[in-house]
Design a protein around this ligand. Structure first.
Ligand SMILES: Nc1nc2c(ncn2[C@@H]2O[C@H](COP(=O)(O)OP(=O)(O)OP(=O)(O)O)[C@@H](O)[C@H]2O)c(=O)[nH]1
Ligand SMILES: [Mg+2]
Length: 244
């Protein structure tokens, strides 16, 4: 029987042309696609490792940065360029970027770092927030409506709580929700008059026809109180640590 088989093989040797390569090619291709997707996804999540400190000028961003990165509260001056440093907690670390609040540099600088941001810390001066509410809400709206920040977690940090005239985080949240509602109205009306640009269509925040609420937007937004001066930054460090 074996001899018969051998004879047949000798008479009909398997030629390369007889093999069906299609399933092999498909399997290789599928393998390649799976590996490529895996690599891209890993790169994407690994790329987002920055924590951005942003907000209006004088809110206390550089003071917070100095406390978190250098463990001190020195005299600070209006920043004209970003501060970048490593925030360490145990064996983990993340990059902290302090974006200048001055309107001339803020947007340009934010543009550079926003695609690597995992968390956005929007620092508010709890003493002047009511007076500056229009500017604060306008700046925050721009950040939240940016498509690059949709996967980010957002922390609204109500700083300078050591001062007696500081507003609480609950009051600031209410003030901001009310003002963000107005900003949304103004921007939607402007968009309608300009006409839709489908490619660069900005996101309209919240639920149309309803009062603006942080609970309605895609980012997870939390409110905490802090004092960079008294090094009361535990809420902030706990929030960052959970994401490292
Ligand atoms: N009382 C008090 N003062 C603070 C606190 N944090 C910051 N400051 C003061 O507020 C002022 C502004 O702080 P900065 O950290 O320079 O503010 P900034 O947000 O970096 O401002 P820009 O660089 O202009 O965007 C400084 O005089 C700080 O000492 C705080 O928690 N309490
Ligand atoms: Mg600064």
């Amino acid at each position: 029987m074996d001899k018969l088989n051998e004879n047949t093989r000798e008479k009909h040797p398997v030629k390369l042309g007889d093999i069906n390569f299609t399933p092999i090619v498909i399997a290789l291709l599928l393998g390649f696609i799976i590996v490529a997707i895996f690599v891209i996804l890993r790169r994407r999540s690994a790329g987002r490792r920055d924590f951005l400190l942003t907000g209006l000028s004088e809110a206390g961003k550089s003071a917070i940065f100095m406390q978190l990165v250098h463990d001190k509260f020195p005299e600070t001056f209006t920043s004209i360029k970003e501060n970048v440093g490593e925030y360490r907690s145990g064996n983990s670390s993340g990059r902290l970027v302090d974006i200048p609040g001055h309107y001339r540099v803020r947007d340009k600088c934010f543009e550079i770092y926003k695609r690597n941001a995992k968390g956005i810390i929007f620092v508010v001066d709890s003493v002047t927030v009511q007076k500056d509410i229009r500017d604060v809400a306008d700046t925050l709206y721009t950040i939240l409506a940016d498509s690059a920040t949709q996967p980010c977690s957002v922390l609204i940090l109500c700083n300078k709580q050591d001062l007696t005239t500081a507003k609480s985080s609950q009051v600031i949240k209410t003030l901001l929700e009310k003002e963000l509602h107005t900003v949304r109205d103004t921007r939607s009306r402007k968009l309608q008059s300009v006409g839709d640009d489908e490619v660069n269509k900005p996101i309209i925040l919240g639920k149309p026809g309803r009062d603006f609420e942080f609970a309605h937007i895609s980012q997870n937004v939390q409110f905490f109180e802090s004092s960079a001066k008294d090094n009361q930054l535990n809420n902030l460090t706990d929030w960052i640590d959970r994401m490292l």
